[in-house]
Design a protein around this ligand. Structure first.
Ligand SMILES: Cc1cc2nc3c(=O)[nH]c(=O)nc-3n(C[C@H](O)[C@H](O)[C@H](O)COP(=O)(O)OP(=O)(O)OC[C@H]3O[C@@H](n4cnc5c(N)ncnc54)[C@H](O)[C@@H]3O)c2cc1C
Length: 402
């Protein structure tokens, strides 16, 4: 049996970009183990398709610098490989005086994160960008764009294979034992040997860390994000991307309008606690997934602080009228009949023991291992930069030869 230099667990954008960046650095025997029959079947294939600018993130954080660098790397990658994308810009809109301080803070963060061309908008200027939007003030962000991340993930996978890396599908890691200086990895019915391991398993990353003998120190809580789409005849209400001012206490951006590369217009996603880590339908329930967070003290600490917001999100999940109201706040001419249900995605959000939703990307090193324990949005945008960061850590810590 071959011994691989590195085994990467998870064939989403983060795992594949890490594999791609490692193959660019050295002649390594590398394998990606992916549980599903194809790559990008979870978060990387169920998202809004936005190339984020870097506006929202605390200056100095991983999210701020990896998003701004990753965004430009993503545009370059799409241009080089003919992947449909558009640098269309977006407007963030305040509809209420009480949102102005948070809009000011976004502008400050955007400038601190190096976003050139940010422009404060008056009501009339908002209408020049988006004629049907109601807002008292806005922010124009020219760097934001759109792309199809499934196509990006397939292209990453092609590059990894072309560079000699192996991607094994239908291979769910269920065992990891140390034997001498090797790791014996059980994945579905097969066994693999590797000297080093990188855990990029998204919604399962805390469990995979435990399988590998590491204490993740956080628990993944799944937040479903549900979408509607505008009926084809009402797509003309939206020119590009329209976002509300987000609640600064939460890592989610609030329901927004997104024009996709295929020309459709999506509205959403909300953020509802899910009963299944990989459950895309509302009533899908996994007793194990549910037990995992209800038995965690951090969950109840979070719930005691934010139960009101959580109930509001639940209400919006069950009531089309409530979802429509949130959208109509941004766009008064939108009628309830103008939207129809679309699919959903599930976010992997790490929660700590104190009940805090972990804000930044989290990379944790253990002996011969690196665990990615929080890679929420904008990790799709930032995937090439995240991959580069992890590849540099791996080359150094695993003593790989370039
Ligand atoms: C609704 C929604 C909207 C979003 N919108 C955006 C956006 O517009 N822009 C943006 O930048 N980001 C967005 N994001 C965030 C972005 O999609 C994720 O941050 C990113 O895709 C994370 O990639 P990943 O590789 O870490 O996780 P994933 O894509 O979830 O990949 C993890 C992989 O690991 C595999 N796996 C799990 N367990 C095992 C195991 N035991 N063995 C082997 N394989 C395993 C899974 O099958 C999966 O393929 C959004 C996310 C969601 C859910």
């Amino acid at each position: 049996m071959n011994t691989f230099d590195v085994a990467i667990i998870g064939g989403g954008l983060v795992g594949l970009a890490t594999a791609l960046q490692l193959t660019r650095r050295g002649q390594l025997r590398l394998i990606v183990l992916e549980a599903e029959p194809d790559v990008a079947q979870h978060q990387s294939g169920h998202n809004s398709g936005v190339i984020h600018s870097g506006l929202y993130y605390k200056p100095g954080s991983h999210r701020a610098h990896l998003c701004t660098a990753g965004r430009e790397a993503m545009y370059r990658f799409c241009e080089e490989h003919g992947i449909a994308h558009e640098r269309c810009g977006k407007v963030v809109v305040a509809v209420d005086e009480r949102e102005i301080p948070a809009l000011d803070e976004l502008e400050r963060r955007g400038r601190a994160n190096g976003l050139d061309g940010l422009q404060r908008l008056t009501r009339a200027q908002i209408h020049e960008h988006e004629p049907h939007v109601a807002g008292i003030a806005g922010l124009w962000v020219p760097q934001t764009g759109i792309v199809d991340y499934r196509a990006v993930a397939q292209k990453y996978a092609d590059h990894v294979r072309a560079a000699g890396g192996e991607i094994r599908l239908d291979a769910r890691l269920n065992k990891c034992e140390r034997r001498g200086d090797e790791l014996i990895l059980g994945a579905s019915a097969d066994e693999f040997r590797a000297r080093n391991l990188i855990n990029c398993s998204g919604l399962q990353c805390d469990r995979v860390a435990r399988i590998c003998g590491a204490d993740p120190g956080v628990r993944i809580v799944p937040f479903r994000g549900e979408y509607y789409e505008l009926t084809p005849e009402r797509r003309n209400l939206v020119k590009g991307l329209i976002y509300p001012v987000p609640d600064p206490r939460f890592p989610f951006l609030g329901v927004h309008f997104t024009r996709t590369v295929s020309g459709a217009v999506e509205a959403g996603p909300n953020a509802v606690i899910a009963f299944h880590r990989e459950g895309y339908r509302r009533w899908q329930m996994s007793p194990r997934d549910l037990f995992d967070y209800v038995s965690y003290a951090g969950f109840w600490r979070m719930a005691s602080k934010y139960w009101k917001t959580g109930l509001g999100e639940m209400h919006r999940s069950f009531s089309k009228r409530a979802f429509h109201c949130a959208l109509q706040r941004l766009m008064p001419p939108l009628q309830i009949g103008d939207i129809q249900p679309l699919g959903a995605g599930v976010r992997a959000q790490a929660l700590d023991r104190n009940g805090a939703l972990v804000d930044d990307f989290r990379f944790v090193q253990a002996e011969r291992m690196i665990h990615v324990l929080n890679a929420p949005s904008p990790a799709a945008t930032a995937s090439l930069s995240i991959g580069e960061t992890i590849a540099a850590m791996a080359m150094r810590d695993f003593r790989l030869r370039s």
